[in-house]
Design a protein around this ligand. Structure first.
Ligand code: PEP
Ligand code: MG
Length: 755
């Protein structure tokens, strides 16, 4: 039903004039409330603005007692105004005083008014304040009046966002828009970064809110929606999701919304009320985002996120594709904030300017995490709503060690973190000084410390960290960051560069470990119930020998005239190693037959990461040249805990007697067969765990470059013989004390081991 409203379009046009007047913020707000009251035919119109302390303060009023401006206030959740702010939803009441939430503010003199209409002032889904009209009569406001008020609220939201109101805020009462936020989330890559927000998908800022010509705007909307539908349809039809980095189900959701009449009708209505097409999309998007922020059901949140993405695309379609964010506009201390991003996208940024990454999604083993770790960029994931709450340029702190993120931190928090960064830098400097010191325990036991790598960017660490070689080169990373399958020549070039950069230090390549959670966007993946235990790694390599053969060929060529060390992941039976070895030998013959140079020596090994191998160790060590323990997977399968599932991944202790006995068994049997073993899982890089590994007999460890310093500091202060003498009896069956971790901590403390 329509009211006798003077016309929302007329109101907007007047508002535009007021916005353009060279007056101060208070005068502008005062004029706006007069305009709205006249237009909606209301006796009262008031604006409440949300402060950083959670209080809604009366900023302007027509009709209520003017003395109450900047005096009257309500908390979020208190009274009708507080309720609207808390729920981010309009409230339309013929008899406000009968509402259970009604709270009377005597200083305003509002007792004379019965009907009440209030709407949240929203921007990007955040509530910045509340706009209210009131009448003496008992009336229900018409739908188009609610719409008109919401549209007007958008204009006020822009005033708040532009910082205009800061000037008239009472001293010491900042606005909510600049409120600090602290998030406790999941640390993905260690390190502390202080900097400023860069939105990975920059929000398109709609500045032209008010339409000149409504028909023209409706036409623009129709055109943009047609183009949007076409692009989604053709993406779905082509089946080429790799190119856009999107999955079919997300695109299906997009398509559903793009054809949703309800959504489009709401946008059309906002245009009829006088907004430009892009402002209308933004208005509907903002209402929807407010719902999203309140929504706790993960499925619905996900769908609302999809709709939010789609609205974004539509705005871009309407405004032309503006690209900000390129290297030119990147600040010196950029912290990238995104819902999620691919590894290759992170690599596209200028590494020297990135201080951190904050993701709404992202798991500990996701590819972007692996790359962030490789680059030494602190990263935190699972940070709810960060994209909505952060604005480009906001100050932000990322602590990848604790999983904390501070958005717009107070100065004391900034100071504390700046100190933490200085402290870490001092420690790093100490570790660097250890670089050329021997890696030998106090009692003279030599420990070979190697590093894990997977990208060329890792290689400079080899000399910086003092590692004696690369103990694990994860070849799949090159495949994961590429947009299409790397050809033989690409692979050969990469391996050659790796060996050149290693400059004679040994590099242990691992053949492709794809499948499971390591998905290649361009390789058609099959749905599996249990991908970690599915068709992955060497299983895939043996079933699709073309893949493995190409890789082996590239490695043989790259290592021509030098040593090639190659190991195979996820071996479950010794026979798999035999088959892989045969493949290498065939390739070697092929190379010789075709006159290619070949490596001087070839050493082939396995990763021990499936528990079944523990019961084939005698046979295994008779045939392999070396072995490396992938403790991440071995522990995952040993304890049946999904390494990527944060709910259970930390449930059992890697230093429990069961797992330590298993690790000791491997090193003991290998020793009898004189086969070198290294341990290259995450535990090798944790000082306390590394100490335990040395205690049970490991003499070679491979870890991320950042861990080398701390582990070396630990072992140089350790008496390995004394530790073994005290630790090994505890691993005897029947020993009463199972608390190995606590024992190790006590030992380190007593013996002054640097942890
Ligand atoms: C492991 O499983 O411990 C390992 C080193 O390999 P990845 O982490 O690549 O599976
Ligand atoms: Mg593994």
């Amino acid at each position: 039903m329509r009211s006798n409203l003077a016309g929302p379009r007329l109101l907007l046009r007047r508002l535009r004039e007021v916005m353009a007047e060279p007056i101060n913020a208070q005068e502008r707000l005062d004029k706006i409330v007069v305009l709205i009251a006249a237009n909606v035919v209301a006796e009262v119109c008031s604006v409440y603005i949300l402060r950083a302390d959670g209080v809604l303060e009366l900023y302007a009023t027509e009709g209520l007692n003017r003395e109450a401006v900047h005096q009257a206030s309500l908390r979020v959740g208190q009274g009708l105004v507080g309720l609207i702010a808390a729920e981010a939803r309009p409230l339309n009441l013929p008899n406000a005083r009968a509402h259970p939430a009604f709270a009377y503010l005597p200083e305003t003199g509002e007792e004379a008014y019965n009907s009440f209409l209030g709407v949240p002032i929203l921007r990007a889904g955040r509530t910045l304040g509340v706009l209210v009209v009131q009448n003496k009569s008992h009336r229900t406001y018409y739908e188009d009046e609610v719409e008109a008020l919401q549209t007007t609220a958008m204009v006020i939201a822009e005033m708040v966002a532009a910082g205009e109101l800061e000037a008239i805020a009472k001293p010491g009462t900042g606005l909510d828009l600049s409120r600090p936020f602290r998030f406790s989330a999941v640390g993905l890559a260690d390190g502390v970064g202080l900097g400023h927000v860069v939105l990975h998908e920059p929000r398109v800022v709609v500045t032209n809110l008010i339409a000149e010509d409504t028909d023209h705007e409706t036409g623009r909307l129709e055109g943009a929606i047609d183009r949007l539908r076409l692009s989604i349809d053709s993406l779905l039809a082509s089946g080429d999701f790799a190119q856009s980095g999107e999955h079919r189900d997300v695109l299906e959701a997009y398509r559903m919304f793009a054809y949703d009449r309800g959504w489009i009708r709401k946008i059309e209505e906002a245009i009829r009320n006088g907004l430009t097409a892009e402002a209308a999309v933004e208005k509907v998007q903002s209402d929807m985002r407010a719902r999203m922020l309140r929504q706790t059901d993960p499925y619905l949140r996900e769908r609302l996120h999809d709709l939010d993405d789609l609205a974004h695309r539509l705005i871009r379609e309407l405004m032309g594709r503006q690209h900000s964010g390129g290297a030119g506009s990147l600040p010196q201390d950029a912290i990238i904030v995104a819902r999620n991003m691919g590894a290759a996208e992170l690599l596209d940024y200028d590494r020297d300017r990135i201080r951190g990454v904050v993701l709404e999604e992202g798991g500990p083993t996701s590819h972007v995490t692996i790359v962030a770790r490789a680059l030494g960029i602190p990263a935190v994931g699972q940070v709810q709503d960060i994209v909505s709450l952060a604005d480009a340029g906001d100050a932000i702190i990322v602590d990848g060690g604790t999983g904390e993120v501070h958005l717009r931190p107070a100065s004391d928090v900034q100071d504390a973190y700046a100190e933490k960064v200085r402290f870490r830098a001092r420690r790093q400097a100490q570790f660097r000084r250890l670089r050329n010191k021997p890696s030998v325990t106090k009692d003279g036991v030599e420990i070979a410390l190697q590093m894990n790598a997977g990208l060329l960017v890792d290689l400079p660490h080899l000399s910086e960290s003092g590692a004696v070689g690369v103990g694990l080169f994860r070849t799949e990373l090159q495949f994961m960051v590429a947009s299409s399958f790397p050809r033989l020549s690409d692979q050969q070039a990469q391996y050659t560069q790796v060996l050149d950069a290693a400059d004679g230090k040994p590099v242990t390549f691992r053949s492709l470990d794809i499948g499971g959670d390591k998905v290649l966007p361009y390789l058609r993946s099959i749905q599996e119930e249990n991908p970690a235990m599915g068709w992955r790694a060497l299983r895939l390599g043996l079933d699709r020998p073309g893949l493995l053969r190409t890789q082996v060929r590239a490695l043989l060529r790259a290592a021509a005239g030098r040593e090639l060390k190659l190991m195979f992941p996820m071996v479950s039976e010794v026979s798999e190693f035999h088959r892989a070895k045969e493949l290498v030998e065939r390739e070697l013959k092929h190379a010789r037959r075709h006159g290619h140079d070949v490596p001087d020596s070839i050493r082939l090994g396995v990763m021990i990461e499936v528990p079944s191998l523990l019961f084939q160790l005698e046979e295994l060590f008779q045939v392999v040249d070396f072995a490396s323990i992938g403790s991440n997977d071995l522990f995952q399968f040993f304890c049946a805990v999904d390494r990527g599932n944060t709910r259970v991944a930390d449930r059992y202790d890697t230093l429990g007697p069961g797992f330590l006995r298993a690790l000791k068994l491997i090193v003991d049997v290998a020793g009898r067969h004189h086969v070198p073993v290294t341990l290259c899982g995450e535990i090798a890089g944790k000082p306390l765990e590394a100490m335990a590994l040395i205690g049970i007999g490991y003499r070679s460890l491979s870890m991320s470059p950042a861990s080398l310093g701390p582990v070396k500091a630990m072992l140089r202060s350790l008496d390995a013989g004394r530790l073994s003498a005290r630790l090994l009896p505890r691993l005897d069956h029947g020993h009463p004390d199972h608390e190995i971790r606590a024992f190790l901590r006590r030992f380190a403390e007593e013996q002054d081991v640097a942890l």
